[in-house]
Ligand binder design. Sequence first.
Ligand SMILES: Cc1ncc(COP(=O)(O)O)c(C=O)c1O
Length: 358
Amino acid sequence: MVNVSKVYFPDKQKFLNYVEKVYESGWLTNNGPLVQELEKRLAKHLGVKNLLCVSNGTTALQLSYKLLQLKGEVITTPFSFVATTSSIKWEGLDPVFTDIDPETFNIDPVKMEKSLSVKTSAIVPVHVFGNACEIEEIDRIAKKNSLKVIYDASHAFDVKYKNESILNYGDISVISFHATKFFHTIEGAAIVVKDDDLYEKAKIVRNFGLDDQNTVKTLGINAKMNELEAAMGLCVLDEIDTILAQRKKSHDYYAAHLKDYVQLQRITKDASQSYSYFPIVLRSEEELENVRNALLAEAVSPRQYFYPSLDTLPYVKLRQVMRNSRDIAGRILVVPMHSGIEAAVSKIIIETLHKQRR
Ligand SMILES: Cc1ncc(COP(=O)(O)O)c(C=O)c1O
């Protein structure tokens, strides 16, 4: 079965050489040399200043809310992976949804002001499938209402907005390096912190709140990346240009062949493509089922992603139905972008739609 995500394994010997080094140094975790090297190389590669590697994207989000001392209500998108909302709830905060733009799939800033209340302390937008949010508008709303902004940039590795890394926007940006992402560290993530002092504090908070002298300076958590994860990241980073070139090729093939049959995500003006996923939106849930079954019959497993819309989660207070998010979640499929089967997948989709729409 060909799945949507396939874990990328970089050159084996290179990884084993790092393992050898780890055995020699005896340094497995606790901000070791490989984590420090990865942080430096990622900061340079991505064009950001204050980047810290952490244990995973979910913890990275939680750490960010703590660092920024969020309280009360947090505005977020209903169209994301569950961790965007669950991390807010887990920190004892109240997620309040603003619906999405049905073309970009990102939170719609025009609707955002209606979600504000005196209890709102922050906005947590997601660059969905790596598509840049309406950053300037979100920034304007945040400034006007003294709100913090934490971008969930989990899908936005190497994305630029107006030629600058998208991770430089907001108070903090979080990016997941989970094994399903094309740049990965097995489990892992990074936070990019705008404020220099907050960045210094983040280093301490990620390590139980301990500073170098082993004194507890502040409330902290264990959010450390280990050396073997960093080694994997260093190996994948060496191959990132090849990975991206291959994904661009798949992406361009799908875009050229499917654009007349299905709705494709509208990429935000002035933003670069992320090539992290290739989502297609069918006309109806019935079409989605037909396309999914036709692909499954050929051993290709697309993913209905994101599904369900997060305003249906049992642990969030339903204030208002998020119509656009539910509608897109019911009709969206993500297809594989890693296996050279784009021509076969496109053919199955087009043939199924021809039969259906005749
Ligand atoms: C949009 C989004 N946010 C958060 C996460 C959580 O990241 P992690 O799996 O590293 O905890 C993911 C993970 O896939 C994600 O896609």
